[in-house]
Structures are given as C-alpha cells and as structure tokens.
Design a protein around this ligand. Structure first.
Ligand code: SAM
Length: 290
C-alpha cells in the first residue's frame, strides 16, 4: 500500500478547513485525500483526480460512503473540465503529489519498475498514448538520446541509445527485465544505483508527458485559487522541483502569489527510515494574493 508522504507537513501548509473546496489532483491510494476529507467536514468538497484507473478504484474503496468527496478519472492538466462539470468556479486549495505511487511501482504488469517482470508499458492512463516499448522500438536514436539525457540526466545517454537501436534490429523490446539487462550490460556501474534507474525515469516522464502536465496543471491551479487560497506540491526529482520553484518565483514576482516555503521542506530521517520511497520528496507551497 502507498504510504502518504509528508502527510503532516501537507496538512500544515494546506490548512484544510470546514466547508472548503479542495482539489487533490493526484489521488493515488487516497491517503492525503482521506485526511483532507476528514478536516473539511460535510459542508466541504474534496474533488479527487487521477488518470490511473487502478488508483481510482483503490481511492473509491478507501473513501466509499463519504458525501463530501467526488472522484474523477482524468489528467490533472484538464481539471478545469471536472470543475465545469460539477459547477465549481473557484477552489480554496490544491494538492499535487507528483509522480507514481508505490502501488503502481509494485504492480509488475504496469511496467514502471525494472525490478519486476512485466510489459514495457509505463502509461499512467492505460486507455491512451504510446507505451514505453513503442518509444524504445520506434524512435530515432537521436530522440532516444535526448529523452535519456533531458529527462534522466543520464551521462551515458548516447551510448545507451546507440545500443538500443543496434539491438532492436534483431528483436523488439517488450519486457522490463530484458530491457533493463540490456542497459546494464552496456554501461559501467557507478555507485549504488542500478544502471537502468535513470533510463526508466526518463521513459516514464516521456510516456506520460509529465513535465508538460505539471506546467499546465499548476499554472491553471494558481488561476483557479480564491485569494488566500493555497497550493501545495510534492515533487520527487530535480526536473519537477525546478518547474515548481521557477513557476512559484515567476508568479510571486508578478504579485499573484506569496511563497510559503522559503526553504523547501523535506522528510525527516525518521520518515525516510519508515518509508524509503519518501527520500527524494520536496514540498513547496504558495498562497494566492488577493
Ligand atoms: C505519488 S501518487 C499520489 C499518492 C497520494 N497522495 C496518496 O496519498 O495515496 C501520484 C498519483 O498521481 C497520479 N498522477 C500523476 N500525474 C498525473 C496527471 N498528470 N494527471 C492525473 N493523475 C496523475 C498517478 O497516477 C498516481 O496515482
């Protein structure tokens, strides 16, 4: 089960209060959502969004019977369509807990992890878009290199892309483990991290267009906030965190928001020991200015 990261800190910065309308843009297992729904009471409304059908089912089971929760499956870059549908024009608070959940990583059939055998898929929304295998088997070498370098900050991006293109002439890649083995065999092992780590991260970001979704979703969220409303973002790698930091800086210079986290908030050593998946989390929060 996915354990909500920085749960207390999220509540501290979000400050959910009775009767508020709060959008949880990344419902996942519904851990943060449950805590928020408890605080906003019967007169409040929590709108929970996720693009993953399995996450939606898990969250629906967890939040079943709560009258103050509406759950919709969509990409958070289109959350405004959900708000239109339910007749909401302004929002008090937004939460974005980015990336994938432990539940998604642990399910081999989703293809997110090189530690589990499964199809090389990695789509958060399985109804649409290209799978990681489609990218790996069809993109030109230069585009693969670019993806590994830009989204994985992988120093051997060129070497790995060339090896993939050479090997796929014999046989296309379909499974996580065989793909990870091919990467491992082609680059020197440096440090403790698995050689396929950055390539898997890069492919996941490319498959789900994660950085574009974040830019669009967060930008829109700031526009939908009421004055005094808040947005809290948890990110898990430097590319995401940079987007959040730069957007907050821009919006604050334009006088639209006030940054609440002058210093980024990270999990304590205790939280990391209990939940190692939290180790790279960074929390940033901002408040809309009247
Ligand atoms: C880290 S998990 C959230 C965990 C959640 N806060 C909890 O307490 O269980 C991230 C979730 O966001 C979803 N997600 C990521 N990007 C998304 C996007 N652009 N639109 C909708 N859902 C997205 C993923 O499918 C995943 O379920």
């Amino acid at each position: 089960m996915h354990v909500p990261v920085l749960r207390e800190e999220v509540l501290q910065f979000l400050e959910p209060e009775a009767s508020e309308v709060i959008v949880d843009a990344t419902l996942g297992g519904g851990g943060h959502a449950e805590a928020i729904a408890d605080r906003i009471g019967e007169a409040g409304l929590l709108i929970g969004i996720d693009q993953d059908g399995d996450a939606i089912r898990r969250a629906e089971a967890k939040l079943e019977g709560r009258k103050n929760v509406i759950i919709r499956r969509c990409n958070f870059r289109q959350f405004d369509e959900v708000l239109n549908e339910v007749g909401i024009g302004k929002v008090h608070k937004f939460l974005f807990d980015l990336g994938v959940s432990r539940d998604q990583l642990d399910e081999g059939a989703r293809g997110f992890s090189f530690l589990r055998e499964g199809p090389l898929d990695m789509r958060m929304d399985q109804r649409t878009g290209e799978r990681a295998a489609d990218l790996v088997n069809t993109l030109p070498e230069e585009e693969l290199r670019h993806i590994f370098f830009r989204f994985g900050e992988e120093r051997y991006a060129g070497k790995i892309a060339a090896r993939i293109v050479r090997m796929r002439r014999e046989k296309s890649f379909e499974f996580t483990r065989e793909f990870a083995d091919v990467i491992s065999a082609g680059v020197p092992r440096t440090g403790r991290i698995h050689p396929a780590t950055k390539v898997f991260q890069a492919l996941r970001i490319a498959v789900n267009r994660e950085l574009e979704a974040l830019e669009e979703g967060l930008n829109k969220a700031i526009r939908y906030l009421i004055p005094g409303g808040r947005v809290v973002v948890l990110s898990y790698h430097s590319l995401e965190d940079r987007i959040v930091k730069q957007m907050f800086r821009r919006e604050s210079q334009a006088g639209r928001i006030r940054i609440l986290t002058k210093k980024v908030v990270c999990p304590t050593a205790g939280e990391i020991a209990e939940n190692p998946s939290s180790r790279s989390a960074k929390l940033r929060a901002a408040e809309k200015i009247a």
